[in-house]
Design a protein. Structure first.
Length: 16
């Protein structure tokens, strides 16, 4: 994936 994704926990996780 491109760019960070927003998780339901309210945190950002880096994805390729």
């Amino acid at each position: 994936r491109s760019g960070p994704i927003r998780r339901a926990k309210g945190g950002w996780t880096p994805e390729e």
